[in-house]
Design a protein around this ligand. Structure first.
Ligand code: FAD
Length: 228
């Protein structure tokens, strides 16, 4: 998008509070089970009322609609490793996306379920021919190859320094590092597992809870909502 178009969009929003500048293009989403066998809503959809390459540096928006789909609580495990004993060196990260067979299976099922949703009658007036992956991509292997080709991340890595009581855990439930005096960790790394959510709110919740503990305030009683 040319700079002057971006500038005029900004002006329009500033002066009249309307136009394309009023939307982040991702206003709707949902959590849904990838299949009838899924034990919880293991997929997240973000819905866009346009078609575009999300990561493209130049705008490629065109008429249509699209979903981005993400796997909640994946089984695949990555790792963070120090590259050297120099503390200013950035560590090495390996995410291992789609390493676990069950993650692959659930992503394939998620694509099939997305197609099922789009073929419901509510979409009849809006639906054209499927653009990506395209109707010719049908088998599990074809769908997985497409996912591996185009898949990216929603940036929710966590649990590299997880709380727990087992050998591999690093902190207790208050973020205190086992066997080290006076050191706490309070960020996404202490989550025992990933959650069915984006990470910002859970991290803030943990930080608020542990800040209360540090300040000596009595934490609020747990609500114990049903798990799902
Ligand atoms: C591109 C992107 C988009 C995202 N979108 C969403 C979203 O839409 N919704 C959502 O819920 N989540 C989103 N997330 C995820 C969310 O932002 C993170 O999961 C969350 O911020 C993690 O919180 P944190 O406290 O663990 O780490 P961070 O928020 O990364 O905080 C770490 C802090 O430590 C500081 N720091 C690092 N090294 C040092 C050092 N040596 N000394 C002192 N300070 C240091 C950093 O400057 C930073 O302020 C997104 C993440 C990314 C990257």
């Amino acid at each position: 998008m040319a700079a002057w178009v971006r500038w005029s969009l900004g002006q329009q929003w500033l002066l009249y509070k309307n136009g394309l500048g009023t939307t982040n293009f991702c206003e709707t989403g949902c959590f849904f089970p990838s299949s009838d066998d899924a034990p919880y809503a293991d997929m997240q959809h973000e819905f866009y009322a346009l078609r575009a390459g999300i990561g493209d540096s130049e705008s490629s928006a065109s008429e249509g609609f699209m979903f981005s789909m993400g796997l909640m609580r994946p089984d695949s495990r990555g790792r963070v490793k120090l590259k050297s004993d120099n503390p200013t060196d950035h560590p090495s990260f390996r995410f291992n996306y789609l390493e676990a067979a069950d993650d692959c299976k659930r992503m394939i099922e998620g694509v099939r379920r997305t197609r099922e949703m789009v073929h419901q009658s509510a979409w009849d007036t809006y639906r054209g021919e499927e653009v990506t992956p395209g109707p010719q991509i049908k088998t599990d292997d074809e769908i997985l190859a497409w996912i591996r080709e185009v898949g990216s991340t929603e940036f929710h890595p966590c649990s590299t320094c997880r709380m727990g009581t087992d050998e591999g855990s690093v902190t207790d439930s208050e973020g205190k590092v086992h066997e080290v005096e006076g050191l706490r960790v309070v960020d996404a790394s202490i989550m025992p597992n990933n959650v069915t959510a984006n990470l910002n709110a859970p991290v803030i919740m943990m930080a608020e809870k542990i800040a209360d503990l540090v300040a000596g305030k009595t934490p609020l009683a747990p609500l114990n909502p049903p798990l799902g």
